[in-house]
Design a protein around this ligand. Structure first.
Ligand SMILES: [Zn+2]
Length: 103
């Protein structure tokens, strides 16, 4: 089950506190924008750009984190290898996101 996390943020513009509600909108076939709006002044905060490829990699990252936790303390060599792959994939995701923004 998904855990519902409620988070209160403070608007940089109007200084009001409000509960963060993330929304997603399709920018085009290959790009989605994740954002939230301040309900007081309607300022839009964009948190990230994403697409199917990035979501797939993020799912893989979560798997790797688990594999790493399982291997750690049992097989150090394996854990190190997983960690290296994990770091590499994390950089890839960052680059993918930057490319989406820069288009
Ligand atoms: Zn505001």
């Amino acid at each position: 089950m998904m855990e519902m996390i409620s988070m209160v943020v403070n608007c940089e513009d109007c200084k009001n506190d409000f509960e963060l509600k993330l929304q997603t909108e399709q920018v085009d076939d290959n790009c989605e924008r994740v954002f939230f709006d301040c309900p007081y002044c309607t300022r839009r905060y964009i948190t990230q750009y994403t697409n199917d490829k990035i979501r797939e990699k993020q799912a893989r990252i979560r798997e790797m984190r688990e594999e790493y936790n399982n291997a750690r303390g049992i097989d150090t060599d394996k854990a190190v290898k997983i960690f290296e792959k994990y770091e590499k994939l994390k950089k890839e995701i960052k680059t993918d996101m930057e490319n989406l923004i820069r288009r």
